[in-house]
Design a protein around this ligand. Structure first.
Ligand SMILES: [Zn+2]
Length: 164
């Protein structure tokens, strides 16, 4: 496994729709391993293939040990309901944080590394991270949705005031 360089805004790949994965090759599996290594090394909770300069519909999410790692190939949101506002950051925008409105509850469908299809229901913060990562695959960035910018040094205060 290898830690890959993270693509930062405004690299054009970040605002392009990524291509569907048509076959799960050894190269794809290697990329997923490398994406995991890169996410962990960067202290991230999610990463999308365009962020490591690959235009492919692959995203990884690991919010905590309890929910575990989601390795998603060609993921899509099937249903979305409710709304909430919370703070987000992004590996491609170091030092930028802000509040974003997201659906509260979603169902996603994706294929894992074996090619097995899954449907997963998620709510709250996990649902938020899925939405953030899946939007990367459509070339959409959270900075276009920020309601209120939060300075890195204000993050802790914001978390305390909002009970997290
Ligand atoms: Zn991001």
């Amino acid at each position: 496994m290898a830690v890959l360089p993270i693509v930062k805004y405004p690299e054009p790949i970040l605002t392009k729709a990524a291509r569907e994965v048509v076959e799960i090759t050894d190269e794809i599996l290697q990329l997923m391993d490398d994406m995991y290594e890169t996410m962990v090394a960067s202290d991230g909770i999610g990463i999308a293939a365009p962020q490591v300069n690959r235009s492919l519909r692959i995203a990884l999410v690991e919010v905590d040990e309890e929910t575990g790692l989601f390795e998603m190939i060609n993921p899509e949101i099937i249903t979305a309901s409710g709304k909430n506002v919370d703070v987000e950051g992004c590996l491609s925008f170091p030092e930028i944080y802000g509040t974003v409105e997201r659906a509260d509850n979603i169902v996603i469908r994706y294929f894992d590394r074996e090619g097995e299809a899954y449907e997963v229901e998620a709510e709250d913060y996990l649902a938020r991270v899925f939405q953030h990562e899946l939007e990367h695959l459509d070339g959409k960035l959270f900075t276009d949705k920020i309601i209120q910018k939060i300075q890195p040094e204000e993050l802790e205060t914001y978390m305390e005031e909002n009970g997290e």
